[in-house]
Design a protein around this ligand. Structure first.
Ligand SMILES: *Cc1c(COP(=O)(O)O)cnc(C)c1O
Length: 397
């Protein structure tokens, strides 16, 4: 009698998907994880089977279109997020670029949230605009009033909710309803919300972008992006990635899938610590406002509660007016917050962004802004570190 491997049942809950999706022990000597399969050439047993490779985007056929390692990551993410399928590419920015190029041509009009990730904004202004695409930035908080900005030539609406510097929440269902009434697809960068805390396709998003570099990888050691889409838009996205030659390395896909396995407990711990630190900061006299949708005091809190099931551990801290040199000295005194781009890893980070330089449709009126990423350290150590730093703000410089 030959023993049979049990396949995971359909309708797994999301923590179970994270443990069980995308695995094939029956194919890999019982190994729990799909191994790294490095390949450019894929061999077929004869000329007929090589000629008859079937659908271009299914099955292993050539290294650039993916080996089983990459497919395992894409499949797991698609199940978690509810996408028809997912396409992995070499960075989060590449995912943004592929998703936009899939839809835009010269003469089109594109609506982009004014709080988008800086390099997304640069791509729109530097590349899309040069291709003859008209870029219009919109107030991320306008909700259904986006209807007034839609034109016959509008090809897509691009959202990022919350924005990763200033954390405005967008009313995605209202924006999607207005766009869909005119058959315009809605694209969203969901890196902050993660595929664990947000089900984009249930809220009207057609194309969901993640910088997997952040929480999915989770360990600050891989660049990777993913694009998930509805059945209607999936092939356009996948074809565009193929046409431009975008691919993703099997080693990086392996590490991303490994990161994904522990996404839930990392996020839960980081969310709890971020809330603790954010609530502590809110009560400090040096702080004007904490920009974190998970806080009841945040302008986007009601939308966040309605649409998402949790919060990432990245938020903004608006200080009361202090001299720039004092703010920099305070930041430089931190022990546990590294200075560096990116977020979503196990370690805490701080940046000192200047949002006023990165928007045109709205005006940034906030005070000096710090962006904190809360890692897996003990939050009491992080609070102690911040307490000493805030004290420095009062020192005469
Ligand atoms: C980091 C980031 C990206 C780009 O991802 P990379 O992997 O760094 O290219 C895109 N969007 C958001 C919101 C990000 O934070």
């Amino acid at each position: 009698m030959t023993a049979k491997w049990q396949k995971p049942p359909p309708n797994m809950r999301k923590d179970t998907i994270l443990s069980h999706a995308g695995r094939s022990p029956e194919r890999f000597d019982g190994a729990v994880n799909v191994p790294v399969i490095r390949a450019s050439t894929i061999l077929f047993p004869d000329v007929e089977s090589h000629e008859d490779r079937g659908d271009r985007f299914s099955g292993v056929r050539y290294g650039r279109s993916g080996t089983t390692t990459r497919f395992a990551l894409e499949e797991t993410l698609a199940q978690l997020e509810g996408a028809a399928r997912v396409c992995a590419v070499g960075s989060g920015l590449a995912a943004v670029v592929v998703a936009m190029l899939a839809f835009c041509r010269g003469g089109d009009h594109v609506l982009v949230a004014d709080n988008v990730y800086g390099p997304t904004r640069s791509f729109c202004l530097g590349r899309l605009q040069r291709m003859g695409v008209e870029i219009e930035f919109y107030d991320p908080e306008l909700g259904g009033a986006i209807e007034r900005l839609l034109r016959d030539s509008t090809r897509l609406v691009y959202c990022e909710s919350p924005g990763s510097l200033t954390f405005e929440m967008q009313d995605i269902p209202a924006i999607a309803a207005a766009a869909h009434a005119r058959s315009i697809p809605v694209l969203a960068d969901n890196t902050w919300a993660t595929p664990y805390f947000f089900r984009p396709f249930d809220k009207g998003i057609d194309v969901s972008i993640h910088a997997a570099t952040k929480y999915i990888v989770g360990h600050a050691d891989v660049m990777l992006g993913t694009i998930g889409a509805t059945p209607e838009h999936w092939r356009t996205i996948r074809q565009t990635a193929a046409d431009y030659g975008y691919t993703a390395s099997p080693d990086d896909c392996y590490l991303a899938l490994r990161g994904l396995r522990t996404l839930a407990p990392r996020l839960r711990t980081q969310q709890a610590s971020a809330l603790e630190v954010a609530r502590w900061l809110e009560r400090r006299p040096e702080v004007a406002r904490v920009r974190y949708p998970a806080l009841a005091s945040d302008a986007g809190h009601a939308l966040w509660r309605r649409d998402m099931s949790g919060a990432a551990s990245l938020f903004g801290v608006e200080l009361r007016p202090f001299p720039d040199a004092a703010v920099k000295a305070a930041i430089n005194s931190l022990h546990f917050f590294g200075h560096g781009s990116s977020w979503g890893g196990f370690e805490s980070l701080v940046t000192y962004p200047k949002p006023e330089q990165l928007r045109t449709a709205t005006i940034w009126r906030g005070g000096p802004l710090l962006r904190l990423h809360i890692g897996l350290e003990d939050p009491a150590d992080l609070i102690g570190d911040l307490e000493a730093a805030l004290a420095l703000l009062h020192a005469t410089v």
